[in-house]
Design a protein around this ligand. Structure first.
Ligand code: FO1
Length: 309
C-alpha cells in the first residue's frame, strides 16, 4: 500500500486534496497545511488554510465565497461592527464556533496539531489534516503600503499593494510538526498541490530542516502548476511573479521546485513550456489541471497517481 504526503495551502490545495480523498484511503494520505496565514481576530485564533481544507474535505465548504462554511450568516460580525470593531475579515456565525473551540484549546496548551485532530474527528473526517508546525509563523509582505500581514494584504487590501519581498516571521525558531515529519518519513510519494508557491508552499518548505528532507526524499516528488496560460488559477500568484521579477508562466512556477521535484504537471494549454521545464531537471507532463467539478478534481488526482505507478 503506497503512502502519499500532500503539501497544501488553501483553496487550490483543498481542491486537489478532495480529488485524492476520492481515490486514496485515510491511512494512505496525509495532508500538510500552511499555517503562516493564521491570524487573531477578536482574540480568536483563525487558521484559514486548515479550515478551508477541513470544510472542503467534509463537504461543508462555502464554494460561493471560497472560504468558510456553506449557508453561512454573518449576524455576529454585524453586531461586532456595530460595536465599532473592524469587520473586513468576514467571519461567519458557524465558522466562529471553530475559532472559539480552537482558541479555548490553545489556552489549555493544546497544540495546533492536536486541535486539528479533534476538529477533523468532530467533522467526521478520517483523513489527517496536519498543520505544518505547532509554532507561530506569520507571513509578512513588504509592500508600497508598508509591511502587511497576509490577511491585511490578501483581504483588507485585495492584493493591490505592490510587493517587494516576503518573509515568514518566526520561521527560524519553528519546528515542523511531529506529524508532518512522520508523514514525510513514511511516505512513498510527495505531492505539491497547485497552491501559491510564495504564500502557501514556501512557509512549509522553508521550515528549518524541511528543504533538506525534500531534497533527499527517496520517492517520487510531483508538483502541479498553479499558473495556467500565464495567469493564476486563483489569487495573486501571477501578480507576485511579476512584482518579484519572475516569469509569469508554469515555467516560473516550476523554478520554485528545482531540486525538490521529479515530475512537474502543467495544463495542456502550456505544453509548449515542456522542453524548458525539462531542462530544470524535472520530467514534465500535461493534462487538464483546472478543477471546477468533482470529476475534474478526481481526474487530476488519478492522473497524478498514475504517474506514481
Ligand atoms: N478571504 C477573503 O477574500 N475575504 C474574507 O473576508 C475572508 C474571510 C475568511 C474567514 C475565515 C477563513 O477561514 C478564511 C477567510 N478568507 C477570506 C480566506 C482566506 O483569507 C484565504 O483563504 C487564505 O488565508 C489564503 O489561502
Amino acid at each position: 500500500m503506497s503512502k502519499f504526503v500532500a503539501l497544501a495551502g488553501g483553496v487550490g490545495g483543498a481542491k486537489l486534496a478532495l480529488g485524492l480523498t476520492e481515490i486514496l484511503s485515510p491511512d494512505q494520505l496525509s495532508i500538510v497545511v500552511n499555517t503562516a496565514d493564521d491570524q487573531e481576530f477578536y482574540g480568536l485564533h483563525v487558521s484559514p488554510d486548515l479550515d478551508t481544507m477541513m470544510y472542503t474535505l467534509s463537504g461543508k465548504s462555502n464554494e460561493k465565497l471560497g472560504w468558510g462554511i456553506k449557508d453561512e450568516s454573518f449576524r455576529t460580525l454585524n453586531e461586532l461592527q456595530k460595536l465599532g470593531l473592524d469587520s473586513w475579515f468576514q467571519l461567519g456565525d458557524l465558522d466562529f464556533a471553530t475559532h472559539i473551540y480552537r482558541t479555548n484549546l490553545i489556552k489549555q496548551n493544546m497544540s495546533l496539531s492536536e486541535i486539528s485532530d479533534k476538529l477533523c474527528k468532530a467533522h467526521g473526517l478520517e483523513f489527517p489534516i496536519i498543520p505544518m508546525t505547532d509554532d507561530r509563523v506569520r507571513t509578512i509582505l513588504t509592500t508600497d503600503r508598508g509591511d502587511l500581514n497576509f490577511q491585511e494584504y490578501f483581504v483588507k487590501y485585495f492584493c493591490e499593494p505592490k510587493v517587494t519581498s516576503i518573509r515568514f516571521d518566526g520561521i527560524q525558531n519553528a519546528k515542523p510538526s511531529p506529524n508532518f515529519l512522520n508523514a514525510l518519513e513514511e511516505a512513498d510519494y510527495l505531492l505539491y498541490c497547485p497552491s501559491n508557491p510564495f504564500l502557501s508552499l514556501h512557509p512549509i518548505i522553508f521550515l528549518p530542516g524541511v528543504l533538506d528532507l525534500l531534497k533527499s526524499f527517496e520517492g517520487k516528488r510531483i508538483a502541479v502548476s498553479s499558473i495556467v496560460n500565464g495567469d493564476a488559477i486563483k489569487g495573486p500568484t501571477a501578480k507576485l511573479l511579476d512584482e518579484l521579477n519572475q516569469e509569469i508562466s508554469a515555467f516560473g512556477i516550476a523554478k520554485h521546485f528545482e531540486e525538490i521535484c521529479d515530475y512537474f504537471v502543467l495544463d495542456d494549454i502550456d505544453s509548449h513550456l515542456i522542453p524548458n521545464i525539462n531542462s530544470l531537471g524535472m520530467k514534465t507532463f500535461q493534462t487538464n489541471i483546472i478543477m471546477n467539478s468533482l470529476v475534474e478534481k478526481t481526474n487530476l488526482a488519478k492522473f497524478l497517481l498514475n504517474l506514481c505507478n
